[in-house]
Design a protein around this ligand. Structure first.
Ligand SMILES: *[C@@H]1O[C@H](CO)[C@@H](O)[C@H](O)[C@H]1NC(C)=O
Length: 143
């Protein structure tokens, strides 16, 4: 009996199932009430056409409070909590049009980078010119 329990435990540890039992004590459907309220409130926000922020801020705060309260009431917190997945899914679905911080166009990038490149390339030429000019002056004090 003891041996079979030991072997079972060892099997769980080997297959990595033990970590699943330890890390995920909570049910991902725990937050469904919070989410369905939020999902319903977002339906009329026009998130498919444009970024619903900051109009949706109040409902988003409600969702956050609701999820936080549930997470605190249960032990569903910390790393690996379905909370992170929920907010990732919500952001992907409703706020994907809110990515304002995109790369500037290539011409702007070139204009920003070019001065640094030009200065770096011409620095040795300028210094070589200055160095030889001064050397010439030192070499021929009589002229
Ligand atoms: C609400 O929407 C999110 C994001 O699309 C989705 O992941 C989730 O399953 C939905 N939940 C409910 C209860 O409708």
């Amino acid at each position: 009996m003891v041996l079979s329990v030991y072997l079972l435990a060892l099997t769980f540890i080997w297959t990595g199932m033990a970590s699943k039992f330890v890390v995920s004590p909570c049910d991902p459907h725990l937050f469904d009430d919070c989410l369905s309220d939020f999902n319903r409130s977002m339906e009329s926000s026009g998130y498919r056409e444009s970024c619903p922020w900051p109009t949706a801020k109040r409902n988003y705060d409600l969702l956050k409070t609701c999820v936080d309260d549930w997470a605190t009431a249960t032990i569903c917190r910390g790393h690996g909590s379905p909370k992170d997945d929920i907010f990732l899914a919500v952001h992907k679905t409703y706020f994907k049009r809110c990515e304002k911080f995109q790369d500037p166009p290539p011409t702007t990038l070139a204009a920003l980078i070019a001065p640094g490149v030009v200065v770096t390339l011409f620095m040795p030429i300028v210094f070589a010119h200055l160095a030889t000019r001064n050397a010439y002056r030192l070499d021929s004090p009589g002229l």
